[in-house]
Write a protein of this length. Structure first.
Length: 132
């Protein structure tokens, strides 16, 4: 893990995000770690997630409740409107979209884009979701 200063709690938080494909919220990380780390506070989780995102080792995802992703390579996401789950899609990232947008919008310095699809995940589409 890259970082300015070593912190055991920061390492635990980073490892928790790296160890899942659920794109967790800060609250999820907190609840996963709290039982074995009774001195951990939710504020500490938020601060460290934000620090890790600022360092570029996590991606902060701007959903209604922020989520975090340890996969910092540009890729596509899907958000289920029923259960709220966030999933990686295998759709290849297209840097040509950045170039096309820059060509169409003079003056903007486009570095990358976020592509998020929404709908129903396979489980919710099969009738097992929260709000079907």
């Amino acid at each position: 893990m890259a970082g300015k200063r070593y912190s055991r709690q920061r390492e635990l938080i980073f490892d928790a995000v790296c160890g899942t494909d659920q794109h967790p919220t800060a609250e999820m990380v907190y609840h996963w770690l709290k039982p074995k780390n009774p001195n951990l506070s939710l504020g500490t989780v938020y601060r460290n997630l934000n620090l890790l995102a600022e360092e570029g080792v996590l991606v902060r995802m701007p959903f209604p409740v922020e989520r975090y992703d340890a996969n910092v390579v540009p890729h596509t996401h899907f958000r289920c409107k029923s259960c709220g789950g966030v999933f990686d899609l295998e759709l290849a990232y297209d840097p040509g979209l950045d170039q096309a947008a820059a060509a169409e919008e003079p003056g903007f310095q486009i570095e990358n884009h976020d592509l998020i699809f929404s709908g129903l995940c396979p489980e919710c589409a099969g009738g097992r979701g929260k709000m079907n």
